[in-house]
Design a protein around this ligand. Structure first.
Ligand code: M6R
Length: 367
C-alpha cells in the first residue's frame, strides 16, 4: 500500500504532481479561461459583499491559511485575517453576518477548528470549508466548501494535503479577483497558464533534488537547532518547513520572516546553526541576498533554495537546492517540496518513525 516507498510520507511527497493536478481537475479550465468552483460560485454574493474573510485552522493548515491571506488580499483585494482556531474560539472575537469564515482542515475533524466554526456560525458568519477528507465533520457543518481532492494522507506529517490547500486557495483568490474586477483578464490568463504548469514543476523538483537533498540531510543528522527563513509568500513556507522538521526529526526548528532575524534570532547564529533560506528570484530577492550576507558574516551554515541559474545567493550558500522559476504566488508550492524531503531524510537518518512521530496523532479530535 506504500507503493514501493519506505514510508507513506515519502509516497505522499512523490504524489504531489498528481495530487496538485487532481485538486485543479475540472476546476481550472485553461483553454476556456475559466475557474469553475461551485462552492464559490453559488455563494459569490456572500464573498463579494464580505467585509472581510477570516481563515481559521491549526498547524500546517494554518500555514496554508497565511499564504491564503497573501493570495486573496493581492488578487481579490478582500481583507483577510488568519487565526489559530484555538485562539479564535476562546477570545470572544468580533464576527458579524458580513464576515466569511473559511476553515482549512485536512482531516475535517480537528476539534479546535470545529469549535471555532460553530462559534462563527452562531454569530451569523457564512462558513466555508476547505477539507481533504470527504464527508468529514467540518465538511458537513459548513455552509459550502471545496474539497482538496489530494487523496488519503496517511503520514502524520502533512505534505500533499498542504500543497493541495495552497492550490485551492490560489484558485479561490483568482476566481474572486477575476469576478470582482481586481484581477484583469490578461493577468488572470497568464497566471492560470502558469498554475497549470505547477504539477510539471513539482515533478521536475522531485527528479532533480531528491538525491541531492538526501545527501544534504546526512550532514545534519546531529543538528540540534535549525532556522528557516523566507520573505513574502515564502515566509509561511519557512514556518511549514520548520514544522515538518520538528514533527518528524525532533530537532528544534523555527521559521521566521527573514527580515525579523535582526530583531532577535540573529543572536543565535554561529557556525553550528543551520539556516534554510528560501530565496527564489521573484520575491524580495535583493533583500534576501543581504540577509544571507548577514548570516555568513556570523558563520551560519546556509542551505539555500534558489531558482535554477542563481548566482548571488548560491555563491554564498554552503548548500544549494535549485528549483524552477515561477510567479512568487506559486513559489511556496514548489519550494515546499525539497523542504519536505529534507525533513524526511534527516528524520530517517536519525532512525525516527516518520509516519507516526511520537506524541502526535493524524487527527487532533480533542482540544
Ligand atoms: O486535519 P487538520 O488539517 O485540521 O490538522 C491540523 C494540524 O493538526 C496538522 O496540520 C498538524 O500540524 C500536522 N501534523 C502537520 O504536519
Amino acid at each position: 500500500e506504500k507503493g514501493g516507498y519506505e514510508h507513506f510520507m515519502l509516497k505522499e511527497i512523490f504524489e504531489q504532481p498528481k495530487s496538485v493536478h487532481d485538486t485543479m481537475r475540472g476546476r481550472l479550465l485553461v483553454d476556456e479561461g475559466v475557474i469553475k468552483m461551485a462552492g464559490i460560485w453559488d455563494y459569490i454574493e456572500k464573498f463579494k459583499n464580505a467585509n472581510r474573510i477570516i481563515i481559521i485552522a491549526c498547524g500546517t493548515s494554518w500555514h496554508a491559511g497565511l499564504i491564503g491571506e497573501y493570495l486573496i488580499e493581492e488578487y481579490a483585494r478582500i481583507p483577510v485575517e488568519v487565526e489559530y482556531a484555538s485562539e479564535f474560539r476562546y477570545r470572544n472575537p468580533i464576527i458579524t453576518d458580513k464576515d466569511v469564515v473559511i476553515a482549512i482542515s485536512q482531516s475535517g475533524e480537528t476539534a479546535d477548528t470545529m469549535a471555532a466554526l460553530k462559534l462563527a456560525k452562531e454569530k451569523g458568519a457564512f462558513i466555508y470549508g476547505i477539507c481533504n477528507v470527504v464527508d468529514s465533520s467540518i465538511a458537513r457543518i459548513t455552509d459550502a466548501g471545496s474539497y482538496t481532492h489530494a487523496g488519503p494522507e496517511i503520514g502524520v506529517a502533512s505534505t500533499k494535503a498542504f500543497t493541495a490547500q495552497l492550490t485551492i486557495l490560489t484558485l479561490i483568490a483568482f476566481k474572486l479577483g477575476k469576478h470582482n474586477g481586481n484581477l484583469g483578464n490578461a493577468e488572470f490568463m497568464s497566471l492560470i497558464a502558469e498554475l497549470d504548469a505547477i504539477p510539471r514543476k513539482i515533478e521536475d523538483v522531485l527528479a532533480t533534488t531528491h538525491e541531492l537533498v538526501q545527501n544534504i540531510a546526512k550532514d545534519f543528522v546531529s543538528a540540534t537547532n535549525f532556522l528557516y527563513l523566507g520573505r513574502g509568500y515564502n515566509y509561511p513556507a519557512a514556518l511549514e518547513g520548520a514544522l515538518k522538521l520538528k514533527e518528524i526529526s525532533y530537532i528544534h526548528a523555527e521559521g521566521y520572516p527573514a527580515a525579523e532575524m535582526k530583531h532577535g534570532p540573529i543572536a543565535l547564529i554561529d557556525e553550528n546553526m543551520p539556516i534554510v533560506i528560501i530565496a527564489p528570484k521573484k520575491g524580495h530577492y535583493d533583500k534576501i541576498v543581504s540577509n544571507v550576507q548577514e548570516i555568513k558574516a556570523r558563520k551560519g551554515k546556509v542551505i539555500a533554495v534558489v531558482n535554477k541559474g542563481d548566482t548571488q545567493v548560491s555563491a554564498m550558500a554552503d548548500y544549494v537546492i535549485e528549483i524552477p522559476e515561477t510567479s512568487e504566488c506559486f513559489s511556496p508550492i514548489v519550494a515546499s517540496v525539497p523542504l519536505q524531503l529534507l525533513a524526511y531524510y534527516i528524520a530517517v537518518y536519525r532512525g525516527a518513525n516518520v509516519d507516526q512521530p511520537r506524541n502526535l496523532a493524524k487527527s487532533v479530535t480533542v482540544e
